[in-house]
Design a protein around this ligand. Structure first.
Ligand SMILES: *Cc1c(COP(=O)(O)O)cnc(C)c1O
Length: 368
């Protein structure tokens, strides 16, 4: 029996390389609260990513929740239904009403031409997602935000290392949020970060992730415990040493899929969205009506052969019970997202995926 193949497999550096980091933690007995590895990783990521300030978090979801609090967002926030559920959950955790707007059919990112119609006097911000690491139309979104005096917080959970013509895609908007979950391109087992442009905001974020403490006796806000511990930070430092190699292998896998699947009747490979440096985090295909199988039949067929492709993002966030009664969650408001959710399939892509394994995936799709 061949090993099952999952949509992703976390990248783990050689274990022996991690031992010296553990030794340091054991020697110093500093386990958390902004220890040396935490400080080093914040610095190293700023340099690697080309961003000014970065605050590490215990995970991406707590980072999203905190990002909204850092900017004191209230009322309504315009967001996308086509994402991982944490995007909208972060709004509910803050007592904010998500307002879903449809996505662009080419990128599956929030469609800027549909945002204005959803703005009300309660709207305070836009929370778009760089889905699959493909950049949003950041210029159009910023223009709307400027016109209506709205803040922009990007859920950039998929966008580690992505650059557009202006440099890191993480520099757009007011804040960007990364996830370092095991399934992401760069992982610290669990982890996340907020990227912000100025030291003052970074300081507020640092307070908010530590219960609101600004010193031993002063608490300025009902902050959360969102601190990344030294173990995870050390994993990040080690992971960073291997990231270029990991991305290079992802790029090869992406190229092979594109070469072999382009021209297969009924299979559409989602293309990049103008990034200058991509991260090949996902390989999404759409099973069109002229493909011999439905998306779900293809999903089942692959599964029967031990290949666990994933339907990211199906169901839409707006179809989950805590959202579906909202007016903006109605299918008639989100036709493009609903159509994509019914056709999408993300194929296995990760550095350790073997060429013959990838070929098996391709052959199964071609032979449908
Ligand atoms: C993974 C992910 C998150 C949540 O990140 P965690 O680190 O798992 O909490 C949020 N948004 C999107 C789009 C994601 O893919």
């Amino acid at each position: 029996m061949t090993q099952p193949i999952y949509v992703t497999q976390p990248y783990l550096p050689p274990l022996e390389e991690f031992i010296p980091y553990l030794q340091k933690i054991w020697d110093s007995k500093i386990l958390t609260n902004g220890g040396p590895f935490h400080q080093q990783l914040e610095q190293a990521l700023c340099e690697h990513l080309g961003v000014k300030h970065l605050a590490l978090f215990t995970n991406g979801t707590i980072a999203l929740v905190t990002a909204l609090q850092a900017l004191r967002i209230t009322g309504e926030v315009i967001t996308t239904p086509y994402s991982f559920v944490a995007t909208a959950h972060s709004l509910l955790w803050n007592g904010i009403k998500p307002v879903f707007v449809d996505v662009d059919p080419n990128t599956l990112n929030l469609d800027p031409t549909k945002i204005e119609a959803a703005i009300t006097p309660q709207t305070t911000a836009i929370m778009p997602v760089h889905v699959y690491g493909h950049p949003c139309d950041v210029d159009a979104i910023q223009k709307i935000a400027d016109n209506y005096n709205l803040r922009v917080i990007y859920d950039a959970a998929h966008a580690f290392g992505v650059q557009d013509k202006a440099g890191s895609v993480l520099n757009h908007g007011d804040l960007s949020v990364l996830s370092f979950h095991a399934t992401k391109v760069f992982n610290t087992f669990e982890g996340g970060a907020i990227i912000c442009p100025d030291a003052k905001t970074k300081q507020r974020i640092d307070h908010l992730k530590n219960f609101g403490f600004v010193n031993e006796v002063t608490v300025v806000a009902p902050g959360i415990n969102g601190k990344m511990c030294e173990f995870n930070a050390a994993l990040g430092l080690l992971q960073l040493k291997h990231i270029d190699q990991a991305l290079a292998r992802r790029q090869e896998i992406d190229a092979t899929y594109r070469e072999q699947l382009t021209g297969v009747k009924g299979i559409h490979c989602l293309s990049q969205a103008g990034e200058k440096v991509a991260n090949y985090a996902y390989f999404p295909i759409l099973a069109q009506p002229d493909y011999p199988l439905s998306r779900d039949a293809l999903y089942d067929k692959l599964k029967q052969h031990g290949i666990h492709a994933r339907r990211y993002f199906y169901p839409l966030i707006s179809d989950f019970p805590m959202y579906r009664s909202m007016p903006s969650a109605q299918r008639s408001n989100l036709p493009v997202a609903a159509d994509a959710a019914s056709k999408i399939l993300c194929l296995p892509i990760y550095p350790a995926l073997q060429s013959q394994e990838q070929q098996r995936v391709i052959d199964l799709i071609k032979g449908a």
